[in-house]
Design a protein around this ligand. Sequence first.
Ligand code: PLP
Length: 376
Amino acid sequence: MQHIYLDHASTTPLISPVIEEMNVVMKEYYGNASSIHHHGRQAKMLIENARKTIAQALGASIGEIFFCSSATEAHNMILTNAISDLDVKRIISSPLEHHCIIHTLDHLVKETDVEVVYLNVDQHGTIDLDQLQNLLAEDQKTLVSLMYVNNEIGNILDMNRVSEICSTNGALFHCDTVQGVGKLPLNVNDTPLAFLAGSAHKFNGPKGVGFLYMNGDNIISPMMYGGAQERNIRAGTENIIGITGMAVALEKALEQKTERADHIKSLNQHMRTRLEELDDIKINGTDQIDNILSVSFPPTDRADMLMFNLDISRISASSGSACSSGIEHDSHVLQHIGHPAERKTIRFSFSHFNTLEEIDFVIEKLKKFTPVKIES
Ligand code: PLP
C-alpha cells in the first residue's frame, strides 16, 4: 500500500487537466497582463476567461470577482475595510471560524472601535441563529461573518437562513466559503450575500491563489496599494499560472460534482461503519459535509501517539490539536464544542482519489493503536 492521503480538507492534489493548463500557460503566456502589446493582451485574455468561469460558477457578475493570493488575504481585506468603508460598527461571527477570521477580528478589536460578538455554539458545533436574529434586531450597522463549512468538524451552515436573516435586518453577510466551493451549492443569486472567498488548493487547484466575490453594492477599498490590477482592488502582477489553474480546477469540480460526491459519500459511510468495530468512538460535529470526518478517540496511554502512529503507518491525516509553547492542546474549535481534553481527535478528510481499500487499511491500523470493541 502506498502512502494514504486523508488530509484533503487541508490541501488537495492537483489534477492532470490543471497541470496541463498551467504548463501551457507557463511556457507560452509569459506576457504581463498589464502590457498593451500582443503578449500582454493574450495574458489578459486568459485572466478574463478565468474570471468568467469563476463568476459563472457562482452566478456572479464578472465585475464582482477579484483574484488574490489566498482566502486569508481576501478575508483580511474584507473584514478590515468593511469597517472603514462601509461604516460597519459591529461584526458578529462564531468562535468556530478559521484562524484567518478569528485572528483578524482579534486585531480589529484592538486597533479599531468595532464591536465583535461571537454567537453561542452547542456541543455539536451548531451555531445559534436565533441569537443572531435577536442581535440583529438592534439598530447597528453589522457585518455577519460565518463560514459555510467548518474545516475541522465539517458542519455545514444553513447559508440560506443566514442570508435571509441578514437581508431582513439590513446586515452585510460575509461567508468563508473555502471548504464549500466546488462541492456544495453556492450561487449568489439563490443566496445573496455581500462577500465570499475561495481558495484554489481546496478544489484540486494550485496553492497560493484564491478569489473574492464582492457584491457590486458593497465595494471596499484595497488592502495593498500599487498598480491598477484587478480594477484597483488588488495591486501586484497577476499570478496568471495560478489563476488559470484555479479556473480549470473549478470547472472540473463542477463537471464531476455528482460522481465525486457519490464516491466520497460511500467512503464516509464505509469509514463510519468500520469505526463501529472500535471501542468508544465519537464523531465530532453534526450535519457534516461528507469529505470531513472528525473522529474522537477514547483516552488511553497510547492516544497521544495516534497521529504519530498513523504517520509511521504511512497514513496522512490531521490532528485536532494545536501546539502552543510546546504543549499540545485541542484546537479552538474542539475546545468550543466541549471536546474532552483527555480524548484525542483525528480529522480524516477524503477526496475522489481515495478508495474503500484505503479506508479498510486505516481501520486495520487503528485497531493496533486504540481499543477494539469486545463482542458479548
Ligand atoms: N477558511 C477555511 C475554512 C479554510 O479551511 C482555510 C484553509 O485551510 C482558509 C480559510 C484559509 O485559506 P488560504 O489557505 O487560501 O489562506
